[in-house]
Structure formats: C-alpha cells, structure tokens
Design a binder for this molecule. Structure first.
Ligand code: URA
Length: 431
C-alpha cells in the first residue's frame, strides 16, 4: 500500500478501510507522507466526504499517533468541556472553578487563539506568572490537590493532528465535518475525561455558519466519543454575536471573574447551562438540582475561591481576582457610536478580527499577543439605541483605522430582528 493509493481511493469516493486509514495516519506521523499528500487527502475528504465509520477510525488512529495523557490517580469523575471556537467565549474560566468546587475533577488541556477566535491558554496567561506548560507530573499532582488544572498539550500528543491541522489551515480544508470531528475528538480521546461536553458554535463568529451544519458536526462528535466509551454530550450554541461583552485577554478574564462574582449575562447563562449538563451526566442529579448546585457555588464564593486556588497553584498572581489593575486595559480609548436610532444586531467575526488587528490575537502560531487591547460591547443584539449612543469602546496601544472600521462594521441598526436562542439544541445520543 502507498499513500498515493489511499489518496486515489478517497478521490474516487471510496470508503477507506481501517488498514488504509491506519497506514495514512502512520505516514503523516512518521513524516513519510509529504505536506502535498496530506493536502490532497484533506481536499479529497472535504469534497468526497467520509462515512461515520471512516471518521471514527481516522479519529482513533490520530488519537493513538502520539503520547496519551496519563490519568491522574485521583478518585472521582473527570470532566472536559470543549468549544469549537468563537469570540469572547471564556466559559472554561467560569465552568472549571464551578465544577471543581463541586467535586468534579477538571483536568483540562486547552489551546491558544488563532485567527479571529480567542484561546483559553492566552487568557489564563493574563494572570501575571500563570504557567500553561505543566509537565504531566505537575498536572497530575495539581489535579490531586486542587481538583482542577488547565494546561497546553505537549508537542507529542496527537502529532498527526498537529501536522494535518497546519496543512488544512493553509489549504482551505478546515471546514470539513469529518476533518473537524476527527481533529477535535482525537485530542479529547488522547486525554482521559469520563465526560466530554462539546460546545459546537454556529453563526458569524464560528466555523459552522448554520445551526444545521453545527448539529451535524455535534452528532458526529457525540457518536465518536460514545463509540470510544466516553460519555459525550453536545450543545449547539449561537455565535452570531460574541458570547460575552468583552473581547481581548485581560478584559475577558475580568469578565469571567465578574461572572463568578454574580454578574448575569449570556456568558453566565451558557456557563451555568454547561455546568448543569455535566453535573447531570456525572451525578445523575435532576436538571433543577444541578442548576441549584452550580448557582450556589457562585453565590457562596466557593467557585471564585477555587479559581484563586488554581491560579496560585499554576504560579499566577491570584490577587488579580480582587484587583483588576493587575489585568490592565490599554491606555487609549475610542468610543464607537450609533449613526442612527433602531435595534442593534451585532456580528462576532469583525469584532474578533478587530481585536486581532489591534494585536490582541495571533495571525500565525508563535505570534505574541497583547493582553491589554480590548473591545467592550455597550450594546448587544436586540438592544434599542438612539443615534449617538455608545455601541462599543476600543482600548488600544496604537491607533488602528482598520480595527475601528471593523468594529463599526460589526454593528448594524435594523428595524426588525428574528430572535435566536442561545442554545439551539442539546444532543445526548447520535440518533
Ligand atoms: N478545532 C480543532 O481542534 N480542529 C479543527 O479542525 C477545528 C477546530
């Protein structure tokens, strides 16, 4: 068998066998397959699609392509939550301390931001000194002591995905359901969570533009996770507008802290929804009991204390939780105002791109991120405005006309709006 044969079979729309898939993934991992061949395979898959069986086999082969994360010795249920990526999505910063304060262990490997979407590791590094490069031993020991750790996966975890993702990123082959599903789930399965909650975003700021596409992706990932023996559930959620009211690392961390202090907004609502679903899956509690537990973790301050414990354990300055001068915003401010009266509709993607323009994101792996730049939303979709009202504030180090234009472009003032639910669908089984 050759890599060429596997590409040829997929190009002709054939269902690949387990042997062909394993051969291809081995060739990606050991370097025998060239970038050109990986690109051809990904394009053939994008155009000819895969069956669920092929996608499952591809995921398992990718998950096995490198080191597996060692399950900490701690007793108890391990939970993981994964978002397919969006703008102002800081739910991990809210969910992990809530669940850990309730005895659900969160041993979470997260990623960095790329393009217009933000990344949890970058946000956590807003806490001065916070380390996201824990060794497997440090990670395990922190989960034992604190009940929560969030770190980056090492270069040796799922190397096949690392290579395939880099090729997909520059060959317009990201938006294929089997390729996204295998990429996400291979990383989840290389770790050890008993319960995996997938937050599959749709809309302007997401990979999937329609709820139908997002639902299909969610179903495929739920199928893969359950078939691999993990309890996997998914929520299809709206990412037309940013989830929170803040974009930019320091600003998003400030907002997550505010939610843990009781602030109510869409970020709080979705974080509580996810906690509720994970608690139901982990403990068999009713929805009402689970909701009450999560709300009490916030009200009592237990979740905030858990965040401080986790930040301290990872070398970060936990004083930032009470003193936001340790999470500074850039010194210069511009206010974007409504040019007419009406109802606001906000789009996430131009806001994510504006943050990127200002230096608050990463165009390519390895770029540095300015944690202080921020865009604060003063109005959200459905809000009424009068001409001249503030829509957003931009905090920046250097003036950037392009960024201002993008923020303006993110707001339209309309006469009528169709309401979009925050959670479009919850999926428990791939039926
Ligand atoms: N996130 C991933 O990890 N992989 C994809 O393919 C898309 C989003």
């Amino acid at each position: 068998m050759t890599v060429y044969d596997v590409i040829e079979a997929k190009k002709c729309g054939k269902e690949l066998t387990e042997a062909q898939i394993n051969f291809f993934v081995r060739a990606v991992t050991d370097g025998t397959a060239s970038d050109a061949q990986i690109a051809a395979f990904c394009m053939a898959t994008l155009l000819k699609d895969m069956t669920q069986k092929e996608c499952f086999l591809l995921t398992m082969a990718m998950a096995d392509s490198g080191e597996k994360c060692v399950r900490p010795r701690s007793e108890g249920v391990f939970a993981d939550k994964h978002s397919t990526g969006g703008v102002s999505d800081s739910t991990t910063l809210v969910i992990v301390p809530i669940l850990a304060s309730l005895g659900i262990r969160c041993a979470k490997y997260s990623g960095r931001g790329l393009g217009h979407t933000g990344g949890t590791l970058d946000k956590l590094e807003s806490f001065p000194g916070f380390r996201v490069d824990l060794s497997p031993e440090e990670f395990e020991s922190q989960v034992e002591r604190v009940g929560a750790a969030v770190s980056g996966q090492t270069k040796n975890t799922v190397p096949a995905d690392r290579r395939m993702y880099a090729v997909r990123d520059v060959t317009a082959t990201i938006d294929s359901i089997p390729l996204i599903a295998s990429s996400v789930m291979s990383k989840k399965l290389a770790s050890f969570a008993d319960i995996i909650l997938l937050d599959v975003k749709y809309g302007d700021g997401a990979f999937m533009q329609t709820p139908q596409k997002a639902e299909q992706l969610a179903k495929w990932m739920v199928h893969i996770g359950n078939r691999a023996g993990r309890k996997t559930i998914a929520a299809v959620t709206d990412m037309e507008q940013p989830l929170g009211d803040s974009i930019g690392c320091n600003a998003e961390v400030r907002e997550a802290i505010d939610v843990l202090k009781g602030k109510k907004n869409d970020l709080a609502e979705l974080s509580l929804f996810h906690c509720q679903k994970i608690l139901c899956a982990a403990r068999g509690t009713t929805e009402e009991e689970a909701k009450a537990l999560a709300e009490e973790a916030i009200r009592s301050g237990a979740a905030l204390e858990k965040l401080a414990e986790m930040v301290y354990a990872q070398g970060g300055d936990a004083r930032a939780i009470q003193d936001d001068s340790l999470l500074p915003l850039a010194p210069n401010r511009t206010v974007i105002r409504a040019e007419k009266s009406g109802t606001v509709r906000v789009f996430a993607r131009p806001l994510g791109k504006a943050c990127l323009e200002l230096g608050g994101g990463r165009m390519k792996e390895g770029d540095s991120v300015d944690h202080t730049v921020a865009i604060l939303l003063k109005k959200r979709t459905g809000d009424k405005v009068q001409k001249g009202d503030a829509l957003a504030e931009i905090y920046y180090q250097r003036e950037n006309e392009e960024a201002c234009a993008l923020v303006k472009q993110a707001f339209s003032i309309v006469d009528k709006l169709t309401a979009r639910p925050l959670v479009y669908k919850f999926i428990e089984e791939d039926r």
